[in-house]
Structures are given as structure tokens and as C-alpha cells.
Design a protein. Structure first.
Length: 76
């Protein structure tokens, strides 16, 4: 994983990050997991069959959580 990009983030690591942010997986449908937290307006959806997690999915999730790339990289 590069410091400039959010590429090659393993699915397990991203799940651990969501758990650390207070999210929980409340629904699994097909090949997708839906993660939520009380203050989120909509769930964060990730594909369970795509590993590593695509960069655009991470960016969308960070935006929903009110975080930025630096917050994520510091957590790692």
C-alpha cells in the first residue's frame, strides 16, 4: 500500500478499521456486507468477493465516516 494511494488494502484490514470506528455488519446480501453505525445516514457497503478493497470504496466509506485519508493511514 502506497502512502499516496489507498490501494491494496486487504478486506480483513478494512473490516477491522470499520469495527474500530464503531461500525457493525448488520446485513449480508449476495456478495455484499452492509456496515452501519447509529449516526450514519446510510450503510457502508463492501463487496466480500473483491480483495483488496477498491480505492473508491474506501474513499466513499471515509467520507461517510467523516474521516480523511490521513486518518485511515494513521490508524494503520
Amino acid at each position: 500500500m502506497s502512502a499516496k494511494h489507498l490501494r491494496n488494502v486487504p478486506l480483513k484490514l478494512f473490516r477491522d478499521f470499520l469495527i474500530a470506528q464503531g461500525c457493525s455488519c448488520n446485513r449480508i446480501s449476495g456478495g455484499h456486507e452492509h456496515w452501519s453505525r447509529k449516526d450514519l445516514l446510510r450503510p457502508i457497503t463492501i463487496q466480500t468477493h473483491v480483495d483488496p478493497v477498491p480505492e473508491f470504496i474506501i474513499k466513499i466509506a471515509l467520507k461517510q465516516l467523516g474521516l480523511n485519508k490521513e486518518d485511515f493511514l494513521n490508524w494503520i
